[in-house]
Design a protein around this ligand. Structure first.
Ligand SMILES: Cc1ncc(COP(=O)(O)O)c(C=O)c1O
Length: 442
């Protein structure tokens, strides 16, 4: 069965996740490394990210554009996975970074990404963040509003600099994804309204002398699964390029944003070839430098979250209570998103028995649910599981809600593995809290 509501079988999940495989003696392996061993050595919950998978996806994306003979500047969307080790891997693959805060900008620079390869997107950049971007002489600042352009111009002039700037356009196109990750409709908070772009572009290029306006940017949304909205959004941008050039203005850079989706469940995931095809079709002959900002497509399938079953609770439903919670992986609670769950022990040969369960975390919130009425192989207290496709929008969104310390992070690379973030201790969690003397003594 392959209805959208059914649970893919273990073999289907494995087929869709290169890098994961069962070994009779060592359970589920990620690029040859036993996840059971990692969970035993480092405890749970623990994030595991594979540099091998990250690299192979980075190369697949670059190859798709190379096949089209289309030069492309790839900027990894740091928001999806911000660990410096991951940024280092992607830098080594030739990627730059797309950042949305001063913190992400600092991380990218610390990971050795050249400032010239960094693009700064984001709806609410503060003066301090813009100052940092100008000082660092990054490749491009994607301005989100008229107001931001004025602030940026004033700051740049006061610093005697002339940053490279693009206008992020809101093309009023529905990305046909979850509404909470849709960014390109007129009612969304992102980008500059399509209709005012021609006049604004002229104003910036002719009057805002602190800014070097180099082009346009767009980002329609995330987890986009079909070609149509990409094409529609890009065609709207191409129409603007024609209008601007007809008005004697120069457009050199086009930032196509991110958004390429992945198959969490039964989705037909789009391929990088599809993206390369659309971008080539729409912009290939327009004599512009092209940029993309993928996040999820690269990082999502590169990571898993390991967790241990605390208890099985038999009530109106069978609840499998695991030690990872929505404070680690918030996507199911926030977006109703679906993540594959695999036991770390190797299933018995030919045993396809499943039980209908709810897999829930320990957080005191009813939304702390990873799987509702899911057919899973029988699990018992103490068993270990992996939540799949947790490499993007996973660890970056985690919190310490319910006073739960940040989980450990491990990286696998070329047969080696090591801790890239040690588990936070409770002492570290409490270290910055202070009860004032005046309160403590009363
Ligand atoms: C401006 C911008 N660029 C790129 C991305 C990355 O998107 P994705 O992870 O879907 O590729 C995002 C995420 O929403 C974004 O806001």
């Amino acid at each position: 069965m392959n209805s959208t509501n059914s649970t893919p079988s273990i073999s289907t999940l494995l087929k869709n996740h290169s890098g994961l495989a069962y070994d009779p003696a060592n359970g589920l392996l990620m690029n040859g490394v036993s996840l059971t061993e990692l969970a035993k050595e480092h405890g749970t919950p623990t994030w595991v990210i594979s540099a091998d998978i990250l690299r192979s996806r980075a190369h697949a994306l670059q190859n798709a554009f190379a096949q089209k003979n289309l030069p492309i500047n790839c900027h990894f969307a740091v928001k999806s996975q911000d660990h410096q080790a991951c940024l280092t891997v992607l830098r080594q693959c030739g990627f730059g970074a797309d950042v949305v805060s001063g913190g992400e900008l600092t991380r990218a620079l610390k990971a050795g990404i050249a400032a010239s390869k960094i693009v700064f997107s984001g709806i609410g950049k503060t003066d301090a963040e813009l100052t940092l971007a100008i000082e660092s002489e990054i490749g491009q600042i994607n301005a989100e509003s008229v107001e931001e352009l004025h602030r940026l111009n004033t700051l740049a002039q006061s610093m005697g600099k002339r940053p490279r700037v693009a206008l992020r356009v809101n093309p009023d196109v529905d990305a046909q994804t979850h509404s909470k990750i849709t960014t390109g409709r007129a009612e969304d908070k992102f980008g500059i309204a399509y209709d005012i772009v021609p006049a604004l572009y002229r104003q910036v290029q002719t009057e805002m002398h602190g800014l070097n306006l180099v082009g346009l940017a767009v980002h329609l949304g995330s987890q986009m699964l079909t070609e149509a909205p990409f094409r529609k959004g890009y065609e709207r941008l191409a129409a603007l390029i024609h209008t601007l050039r007809a008005n004697g203005l120069t457009v050199e850079e086009i930032d196509c944003g991110g958004g390429l989706g992945i198959a969490y469940r039964h989705e037909q995931a789009p391929t990088p070839d599809m993206l390369a095809h659309v971008i080539t079709d729409v912009f290939g002959k327009l004599n512009v430098n092209l940029h993309i900002e993928p996040g999820r497509w690269l990082a999502g399938p590169s990571g898993v979250l390991l967790s241990r079953v605390i208890d099985i609770k038999d009530a109106a439903r069978r609840f499998v209570i695991i030690d990872a919670g929505m404070n680690e992986l918030v996507r199911p609670a926030m977006y109703d998103s679906w993540h594959g769950i695999l036991p770390l022990h190797t299933p018995k040969e030919g045993d396809t028995t499943t039980t209908m369960v709810d897999v829930v975390g320990p957080i005191c919130e009813s939304s702390d649910i990873f799987a509702k009425q899911r057919e899973l192989p029988p699990l018992k207290k103490g068993d270990l599981v992996a939540l799949l496709d947790a490499g993007a929008y996973g660890s970056v969104m985690s919190s310490t809600y319910n006073s739960r310390p940040f989980a450990a992070q491990i990286m696998i690379s070329n047969g080696q593995h090591g801790v890239i973030r040690k588990r936070q201790t409770l002492d570290e969690l409490l270290a910055h809290e202070h009860v004032p003397q005046w309160l403590a003594t009363s």
